[in-house]
Design a protein around this ligand. Structure first.
Ligand SMILES: Cc1cc2nc3c(=O)[nH]c(=O)nc-3n(C[C@H](O)[C@H](O)[C@H](O)COP(=O)(O)OP(=O)(O)OC[C@H]3O[C@@H](n4cnc5c(N)ncnc54)[C@H](O)[C@@H]3O)c2cc1C
Length: 406
């Protein structure tokens, strides 16, 4: 077991943060932390704020895609390289059948460690960090700097802080008020891909002995009500992350029972304790798993990165890599220094170039998952057809994955 990470203390008091910043970054998940780190390393005065404190967990499968691993490498973070565990097997189950497929290029890391180490690296690189503040409004007047209004979660103190630019990295749960045109909307393409279903995320972590599962194995089960991933984290705990059809919850069952229905025979296959562990765990849910918002507004003075910009369902486990890539693209656009709307346009163009193809692939996978019989057939065939196993891995993980039947 690793020692728990210590809290990352504020580097500046809220009251002392009222200088004119080059950039205020709202949200310290991978997108916000990486954006602020990149800008601060290039000498920008950056304030990073989050309503939470680090370390903190998040509903997430904790799998780093091959792209995430490459993006983290670009950030030069040696501590993370030592903490993460290589993924070597995807065990994909559906309809009571399981295909075990070799998988290379991905890693596993808890969100407590990943997000905390990114913030620690940012602070070391010169980022000013204020945890425990909720950003309640971001306004960009015609003239003058962007104004960001923050409220202390602990005592309700309110402060308005100014910056040349604001990057919103607030994730899927984005409640920052602003101008009407800056509001996020549900991603209609995602909703269409998911048919009439509304899918929400659910997650928890379980004690190390809740499940028999080797380090490096991702156990993914697809059922009628959604899909669920189990993986062992670097400290031994089991991460559980699922996307489930909200309608299944309306049938009167609790979240744990819906998860157990999705897992079906997998539950027994991973040992006798999973059901009890899930029923006594604290399960956290997310809002609907599709959204899309303007990448840039107010003449490029407000940018969105990570899930706050665009989100598609998490089956392919690429959200962290995409968050880190969008942070790099946004930071590059800001550092290239085009004035006003130029930054927003440059960011939006580069973002579209990078994401159109992988987002479309992810939507195809999501539509495929609507038909569990098809998934079961693919799992059954991949047990005898190594080419199909490789194809499944590259489809669900992106071009970087390499798969073969075990
Ligand atoms: C069930 C599930 C499983 C997943 N599995 C994987 C996986 O295995 N691999 C993978 O790569 N991706 C996975 N994802 C996706 C991944 O979790 C996200 O894509 C990733 O966290 C996006 O990072 P982010 O920085 O954009 O947002 P987040 O990580 O959500 O960070 C947003 C931050 O903003 C803060 N914040 C929000 N609003 C405010 C406010 N008003 N004021 C101050 N702070 C605010 C929040 O406190 C939070 O810290 C999964 C998602 C789900 C739901």
């Amino acid at each position: 077991m690793n020692t728990p990470l210590p809290p990352v203390r504020a580097t500046i008091a809220l009251g002392a943060a009222t200088i004119l910043w080059d950039c205020i970054v709202v949200g310290a998940g991978p997108a916000g932390a990486a954006t602020s780190l990149r800008l601060a390393r290039e000498g920008k005065r950056v304030l990073l704020v989050d309503r939470g404190c680090m370390p903190r967990g998040k509903v997430c499968g904790c799998c780093l895609s091959p792209e995430a691993v490459v993006e983290l490498g670009r950030l030069r973070l040696p501590l993370l390289r030592r903490a993460s565990i290589p993924l070597d097997t995807l065990a994909l189950s559906s309809g009571g059948r399981t295909a075990r497929i070799a998988f290379r290029g991905g890693e596993v890391l808890s969100r407590e460690t990943l997000d905390t180490e990114l913030v620690v690296a940012g602070v070391a690189g010169g980022v000013a960090w204020v945890p425990g503040v909720d950003v309640v409004a971001v306004v960009a007047p015609q003239e003058g700097p962007v104004r960001v209004t923050l409220r202390s979660v602990a005592d309700g103190t309110v402060a308005t802080i100014e910056a040349d630019r604001c990057v919103l990295a607030t994730g899927l749960v984005d409640r920052v008020r602003g101008k009407a045109r800056d509001r996020a909307t549900e991603d209609r393409r995602g909703v269409r891909a998911a048919g009439k279903r509304c899918v929400i995320g659910v997650g928890t972590t379980l004690p190390a002995d809740a499940v028999d599962l080797d380090h490096g194995e991702l156990r993914m089960t697809v059922g009628r009500q959604g899909y669920c991933g189990l993986v062992r984290l670097e400290d031994g705990r089991i991460d559980v992350a699922a996307a489930i059809d909200r309608a299944a919850l309306r049938e009167g069952r609790g979240v744990a029972d819906v998860l157990l229905a999705v897992l079906g025979p997998t539950s027994a296959a991973v040992g006798p304790h999973l059901a009890d562990a899930l029923r006594s765990a604290r399960l956290t849910a997310t809002p609907a798993l599709t959204r899309r918002a303007p990448l840039s507004s107010d003449g490029g003075r407000i940018l969105r990165v990570g899930d706050a910009a665009a989100y598609v369902e998490p089956f392919t486990g690429e959200g962290i890599g995409w968050a880190l890539a969008s942070a790099r693209i946004a930071a590059d656009a800001i550092l290239a220094g085009a004035s006003g709307g130029g930054v927003g346009d440059a960011y939006a163009r580069a973002h579209d170039r990078h994401f159109v193809v992988p987002h479309a692939r992810c939507r195809r996978v999501v539509s495929w998952l609507q038909n569990p019989a098809l998934v079961t057939a693919a799992v059954a065939s991949s047990r005898i057809a190594p080419g199909l196993a490789a194809r499944i891995v590259s489809l669900v993980t992106g071009a970087g994955g390499r798969g073969a039947r075990l």
